[in-house]
Design a protein around this ligand. Structure first.
Ligand SMILES: Cc1cc2nc3c(=O)[nH]c(=O)nc-3n(C[C@H](O)[C@H](O)[C@H](O)COP(=O)(O)OP(=O)(O)OC[C@H]3O[C@@H](n4cnc5c(N)ncnc54)[C@H](O)[C@@H]3O)c2cc1C
Length: 526
């Protein structure tokens, strides 16, 4: 990827704005009905802070990666400022690029990454590894205090497939491959990773590993961290190669230290993942449940009887009703209740058998089959929601998502507590939607979408709501994040989740791998 590449995201919008459809008239009418009309803010170019990195350090970086791969123009610095959470977008829309890196450095090899880290330690420069730039919890914001400058270490040139092992069904991928690029290269070998988060079109292999991402097909393919069998990282203390067998009893699993480390312990330079055969066929069905609780019970039953489809999602009453405002998108689920989508991928025989078994179980549990249309409508639109968020921000509606996970026995309580915290903070006018899209034998994740009319200070408005919701999660014993990671936003709550000894361990590992603290300062580690 090079600056100006079609895959470059807009500095304060999702993806390629040319690919975004305008807010449909029906949706705009709905928004105005609920929140009132607002003016679309003008899009402008904004000034950046002066870089602080010394010219001689820039020259040393150029010597490592080549002149053309150290970029310091305003456009690339803007595009490497923060990630794509709603607060990130709001700050950029308001012209706040205070977190811009001084330079963007684009290494091509593990050794170049290592050399940049060594230089960063010697010159006391903070380094922010950058994959796809889709972070939503402040993982791309480095604290500058005590550093001579900030480098955005853009891994976008590391886009190779290093190895495919068709016997073991593994592939070794470089970190800068974005979702579609990895799938296209694996597809040439008849393989798939099966990892399709909503950010799939832009997020990278290294980012998936560094944040312990979870895709929409996690019921069938598993979370990203469960797919990783080996990895290599460059750390200020040296090279780390982990993973020599499919399973081992050789002490604690050190791969897990790098998975979810969000660029604070090392830069992941290759990832070996378990792959599967490209599915010969896919099928998606819609189901209606009278209540969210009954749908959730059905999900639990499937998960606990080993009968999961590849995709399994359940929208609550509000999310279902809001989709019903666009009847073309979910077909015949017009009688209220809650919409479930069950998707199947694999060989024709496997899909037929699993679909028949799951469908029989769901009917037994009281689900009403809605046919294929709601499922295929979901597949068609599944990567469009981030564009819709931009359209909503344009008309003055604050839209953001947050997520958690908990055990089945606490699910209803956590669901109620988070909803209550959000509406308590944002007011009754706030619309809170929720779905379950990642299920396990023992529990599930809850993914909330919130929409409310923007107040005078939307950043403070969201900060208060997010604080209330995260407190509610922790108080209810749920995790602060199921797949969005910690970043800077969740960091204040991490100690409550892992306890004082957990914090001590994280700090000790950080001190061992990155004693000078140059990697992503201020992110993750309490
Ligand atoms: C609209 C939208 C939808 C999303 N949907 C999902 C979803 O369905 N599931 C999900 O799990 N997440 C989702 N996310 C969150 C985000 O896409 C994930 O966290 C993703 O895994 C980040 O990948 P990235 O390549 O964009 O990483 P980046 O945003 O570039 O980086 C994320 C963090 O990882 C670090 N990092 C990146 N690459 C490396 C590397 N090679 N080595 C070490 N550290 C590195 C960065 O420094 C940063 O701290 C969504 C985000 C958005 C904006």
């Amino acid at each position: 990827m090079t600056p100006g590449d079609a895959r470059e995201m807009h500095p304060h919008r999702w993806g390629d704005p040319a690919a975004a459809a305008a807010l449909p008239d029906a949706a705009r009418a709905l928004v105005e009905l609920a929140f009132g009309a607002a003016e679309t803010p003008a899009v402008e170019e904004f000034a950046l802070p002066e870089p602080t990195l010394a010219e001689e350090v820039v020259a040393e970086l150029r010597a490592v990666v080549g002149d053309e791969h150290v970029l310091a123009d305003d456009d690339i610095r803007r595009r490497r400022t923060r990630g794509k959470s709603t607060p990130d977008l709001l700050k950029a829309r308001a012209g706040d690029f205070a977190d811009a890196p001084d330079v963007v450095v684009r290494p091509a090899t593990h050794d170049q990454v290592q050399a940049v880290l060594d230089l960063a330690v010697a010159r006391r420069v903070a380094v922010v590894p950058f994959g796809g730039g889709t972070a939503v919890t402040g993982g791309l914001v480095a604290l500058r205090d005590g550093f001579t400058g900030v480098i955005s270490l853009d891994l976008g040139r590391m886009k190779g497939v290093r190895d495919i092992d068709p016997v073991s069904m593994t592939a070794t991928l470089e970190p800068g491959l974005r979702g579609p690029e990895a799938e296209a290269l694996l597809g040439e070998h008849g393989l798939t990773l099966g990892h399709f988060p909503q950010s799939f079109e832009y997020a990278s292999i290294g980012g998936f590993a560094a944040t312990r991402s979870s895709g929409q097909s996690s019921a069938g393919y598993g979370r990203f961290d469960a797919m990783v069998v080996a990895l290599t990282a460059a750390t200020p203390s040296g090279r780390l190669d982990l993973g020599t067998a499919p399973a081992t009893a050789a002490g604690p699993d050190l791969r897990q230290l790098l998975l979810g480390s969000e660029g604070t312990l090392g830069v992941i330079t290759s990832v070996t993942v378990r792959v599967r055969a490209l599915p010969a066929t896919t099928a998606y069905d819609g189901w209606r449940w009278p209540t969210f609780g009954e749908g959730a019970t059905a999900m639990r039953t499937l998960a606990q009887s080993g009968l999961l489809p590849t995709v399994l999602r359940l929208s609550d009453e509000t999310e279902t009703a809001l989709n019903l405002a666009r009847p073309e998108s979910i077909g015949g689920a017009g009688d209220g209740g809650c919409l479930m989508v069950a998707g199947y991928e694999g060989t024709r025989a496997a899909v037929d058998a699993r679909r028949a078994a799951v469908s029989a179980a769901l009917e037994d549990l009281g689900g009403v089959p809605l046919g294929e249309e709601p499922g295929t409508a979901w597949v068609r639109g599944r990567f469009h929601a981030p564009y819709l968020r931009d359209s909503m921000l344009d008309v003055g509606v604050l839209v953001e998502t947050l997520e958690t996970a908990t055990f089945w026995s606490s699910l209803e309580r956590v669901y109620a507590a988070v909803r209550e915290a959000l509406t308590g903070s944002l007011g009754d006018q706030a619309i809170v939607l929720c779905h379950i899209s990642h299920v396990y034998e023992t529990g599930a994740s809850l993914y909330f979408t919130v929409a409310v009319k923007q107040g005078e200070d939307p950043l403070a408005q969201w900060r208060a709501a997010k604080t209330a919701a995260t407190d509610a999660m922790v108080d209810a014993g749920a995790t602060i994040t199921h797949h969005h990671a910690v970043g800077t936003d969740h960091r204040p709550w991490l100690a409550r989740e892992v306890g004082p000894v957990g914090v001590q361990i994280l700090r000790a590992v950080k001190a061992s791998l990155d004693p000078a603290g140059v990697l992503n300062p201020g992110v993750l580690i309490p």
